[in-house]
Design a protein around this ligand. Sequence first.
Ligand SMILES: *Cc1c(COP(=O)(O)O)cnc(C)c1O
Length: 403
Amino acid sequence: MSINTGRERMPSNESCRSSVVPLSVPHIAGNEWTYVKECLDTGWVSSVGAFVERFERHVASYVGAKYGVATASGTAALHLALQVAGVRPNDEVLVSTLTFIAPANAVRYLGAWPVFIDAEADYWQIDPYRVQTFLEKECVARQGHLYNRASGRRLAAILPVDVIGHPCDMGPIHEVAQKYGLPVVEDATESLGAWYRGQKVGRLSSIACFSFNGNKLVTTGGGGMVVTDDERFAQKVRYLSTQAKDDPIEYIHHEIGYNYRLTNIQAAVGCAQMEHIDEFVAAKRATAERYTARLRGIPGITPAREAVWAKSSFWMYTVLLNPEILSVNRHDVLKQLKGRGIESRPLWQPLHQSRAHSSSHAYGGPVAERIQRQALSLPCSVGLSQSDQDLVTDALIDICQKK
Ligand SMILES: *Cc1c(COP(=O)(O)O)cnc(C)c1O
């Protein structure tokens, strides 16, 4: 099971608030009602409308990118971003192994293959050193392209995923990408609002993807976006996301496209959400700070970390529970927290261990496996009160300190 379970996946006969303290629920407290009502009142409910354009402009300008193209989901954004970046059937794409499964699935949608790269131990992002050594040691250059020696396949792109709100160390990744002429498609779906060395996540690579699923920092119910400074990329993504219409009046199509559009109603929700993004990030960071202050120094618990070169959005607040020190394991802690009405969640099964991707290759993996065995994400809704935050840390410390 992944941590990707927001309110939207709750069974319908179950209250959204069945936990006393849920893991993460959307914060709807602004102009959402007003804007959605405007769509309904005017009849602009579908995939054309002023809110779609406004939402695209808002997100693009927030991250500092020139163009934003809204999509039906973050997964759809990744699918199209990889396609316009030049990924073709039977190519290979380097992907983080410690991530929600969506980016690896998007690679497979194109008939290409992920190569799973291990995480680094400190911030749990794709290990740039492993990216570098894989390309240098395991690949060979031929006629302007790089090929994996073992599989014979062409390397087409690097797809780093900024997991749980923290950016990857993009400097060395871009350096090696440039050296080999590989495009970098950034999966920033979990990290809207984060910074890397003074730059907002989403404008670090030539093309980046966001998600507005119900559990993400900003939600449209479901949705996504591709952001880029490259006008050709933006145009091509828009073209492919709207059934590749070459002549929209005569219905002439030169390529196979998709219906990957976001609706005006969804974008209306997104516009209202974006008006409060700075508050959302501030709330997440304040929760993280309070959690860390309470958990620091507790034997067996490693609080979430932030690199000196990063400003995390702390989309999720995730701790490590050391089984060599604690007498309870992560699984039992989750169950006991649940017994006290507190929802928590493990990270994802590393993808090199996933049956869904058992035909793909991996480069390393033990670091991701160790993180996954120990990691637990704590409640982190934007609206989480300080007293609920203390309830969570008190319960966690109590469970971990029981002999
Ligand atoms: C949420 C998420 C996505 C996209 O999810 P959608 O539900 O399709 O919007 C992609 N990658 C990662 C790492 C995610 O967490």
